[in-house]
Design a protein around this ligand. Sequence first.
Ligand code: HEC
Length: 135
Amino acid sequence: MGIKTVSMVVLAAAALFATTTLQADEFTRADLDLWQSQYQAAVKKGRQVFTDPGLGTNGVVCAQCHPNAANTHPETYPKFQKQLGKVATMAEMINFCIMNPLEGKPLALDDPRMIAIQAYITEERRGVPLAPGKH
Ligand code: HEC
């Protein structure tokens, strides 16, 4: 091995080590279990909110038009939304549906129900490749 090859190998090893160190975060099996159960709880709450007549004012619920979160296309966000006239996030579109078909008040972005709706919708589309901007 020439000196050049040796230094390349050393560099590659150093890079590999650096990457491994960066990826090695401090968490335990118990942490992972807790985070997963918190996430699953959000998905479950979202499924409930989808059929909650209290979300709007006219008794209409999300699941009437989006059974099992059908036709919500989370993988296409952000994208240009004709209804909003701009590039929008899915949360804005969720509020659009709360304000229009449900005749309700928009949710704050950090409202636990807004987060739960997004968890549920996105979980239902797990595995679908991301396609931001797609129509
Ligand atoms: C009366 C029927 C109806 C109800 C009820 C309804 N929606 Fe919609 N929703 C629509 C229509 C129509 C669109 C527009 C589809 C489009 O052109 O993007 C839409 C679009 C969406 C989109 C974007 C879909 C996309 O392809 O980009 C999301 C997300 C969404 N709705 C979520 C909800 C949620 C959450 C609720 C309950 C709060 C809800 N909708 C209630 C009819 C409804």
